[in-house]
Write a protein that binds this ligand. Structure first.
Ligand code: FRU
Length: 493
């Protein structure tokens, strides 16, 4: 009897520590409203697919260290893209190599033949990176492979005839993003191939034919092209195709960043309206972002909230980095030009308290929280978020150059990398006189959505002590229309 009692108590203790492990999310700098891995290293979001009411998020994961290493696909699930449940690792490295970035689709018509008992399979399309090939000086060590799941993403089976796209001799040959091109009933793979994008098509996700290339003479080329995405957005009843391409280095504020092109896609070629680069996010910390597949008419983007310049040395120990807030993409027109605007998904309402008016008097605040500010006309200003240790983060607008900025030069711990402490700028694209900005502030990140998402900036920071003060400063009178604070509730509780 005593023996049974003993076992019962041990089981209780084990259960409790397991629950505790799942919910322990209060370390210093641990994001409270953004997805981050329970522990160890994470980079790009991967395989984002919506299926049976669940948003799946896979991610580049190295479970043995807090710096980059042999890549796996970590896995998390959510019903609202805000609250997440950690799942077990979905894909492990194998004899073909590490599991690099890629995408996932629901194969509704069973084109792949992977269905069992009529249940549509999920198919993941990813890059195999062979470290031995790389070490031996070859240039064909990255190729595309697939895996499928017949239990709604819980477990994955790698296809026996991998790889499905062989390497033609291009060193950087990776990050397949696959979508269904309904008009011609075929799959399109958008692949980053060194300094351009290569499009492939397939009827069954297994046999791929090269269709075209884009970008050798378009856009920014300060670094290698990675993690592309091709997606249609509706604009006044017409389809506008967006080609998203991450680039590292060569971002507008140094290091990694994500550019995009707008144009048409005819099933074979991407035909850009312009070959000039536009930036999805001007800040230093939004990289490798792509959109969820199978979300109907909604296009929801999620990025990795870091920068390859310093990602491996940011001052967090048990885990490294987080994802951005999921953002809904839409087309907006300014004068005669089209842009992609991004705003936090409406599901944020689930963690938002009632907005409070702080325009008369700013109380002591705590973050995570949202700051919403409206001004009748453009005027210089800085929103200063700080603590009593004189550490501060400035987010503002400079009228003379018509630019928004984030200044983290005095934001706290900044000396872990020389490129970290800086003031970052982004052009104001809107032509409206009213300025409207919304800041999503977590304990170690800020996301600035200006003018309904036309100009976006994301930056991380590491104050010695949490910020709890806010003030607005300007050399001139600020034509304030409104200033509101929205408390955001911890997603892990
Ligand atoms: C982008 C990237 C991808 C690659 C992955 C490896 O951040 O370099 O191109 O697939 O990370 O982890």
């Amino acid at each position: 009897m005593d023996h049974l009692k003993h076992i019962f108590i041990i089981s209780l203790v084990l259960l409790f520590s397991k629950l505790n492990a799942q919910t322990k999310n209060d370390e210093k700098y641990r994001p409270q409203i953004h997805f981050s891995p329970k522990d160890k290293w994470m980079n790009d979001p991967n395989g984002m697919v919506y299926h049976n009411g669940i948003y799946h998020l896979f991610y580049q994961y190295y479970p043995d260290s807090n710096v980059w290493g042999p890549m796996h696909w970590g896995h998390a699930t959510s019903e609202d893209m805000i609250h997440w449940k950690h799942q077990s690792i979905a894909l492990y490295p194998d004899s073909l190599g590490y599991i690099f970035s890629g995408s996932a689709v629901v194969d509704v018509n069973n084109t792949s033949g992977f269905a069992v008992n009529g249940k549509a399979p999920l198919v993941a399309i990813f890059t195999h990176h062979d470290p031995n090939g790389e070490a031996s000086g070859k240039n064909d060590y990255q190729y595309q492979s697939i895996a499928y799941s017949i239990d709604d993403g819980k477990s994955w089976i790698k296809y026996k005839n991998n790889p499905v796209v062989r390497n033609p001799g291009i060193k950087d040959f990776r990050d397949p993003k696959v979508m269904w091109f309904a008009k011609e009933k075929k799959w399109i793979m958008t692949l980053a191939t060194l300094d351009r994008i290569t499009f492939y098509s397939s009827n069954d996700l297994k046999n791929w034919t090269k269709e075209s290339e884009f970008g050798e003479n378009a856009g920014a080329h300060g670094g290698v092209w990675e993690c592309p995405d091709l997606l249609p957005l509706d604009y006044n009843g017409k389809k506008v195709w967006v080609l998203i391409v991450s680039i590292n280095p060569g971002g507008p504020n140094g290091g990694s960043a994500t550019q995009y092109f707008l144009g048409d896609f005819d099933g074979k070629n991407f035909l850009p309206f312009s070959t000039e680069t536009k930036w999805l996010d001007y800040g230093p910390d939004d990289y490798a972002g792509v959109t969820w597949s199978n979300t109907g008419n909604r296009r929801i983007f999620l990025g990795w909230m870091s920068n390859w310049s310093y990602a491996t040395v940011v001052p967090t120990e048990t885990w490294r980095s987080a994802m951005t807030i999921p953002r809904e993409l839409k087309i907006m027109k300014v004068n005669k030009e089209l842009f992609v605007a991004s705003t936090p998904v409406k599901e944020m309402a689930a963690i938002s308290s009632k907005p409070i008016d702080i325009s008369k008097k700013i109380p002591e605040l705590n973050f995570p929280g949202m700051i919403e500010l409206e001004m009748k006309k453009p005027e210089d200003f800085s929103i200063v978020i700080s603590n009593d240790q004189r550490e501060e983060l400035l987010i503002g607008y400079d009228k003379a150059t018509n630019r928004y900025f984030i200044d983290r030069t005095k934001s706290g711990i900044i000396n872990f990398h020389e490129e970290f402490p800086a003031q970052h700028f982004a052009p104001r694209l809107s032509n409206k006189s009213k300025i409207k900005i919304s800041l999503v502030i977590d304990v170690s990140s800020v996301e600035l959505f200006a003018d309904d998402g036309l100009t976006v900036m994301t930056g991380v920071f590491f104050p010695g002590k949490s910020y709890d003060q806010l003030r607005i400063q300007s050399t001139n009178h600020i034509p304030l229309k409104s200033l509101r604070y929205v408390k955001l509730n911890n997603i892990w509780k």
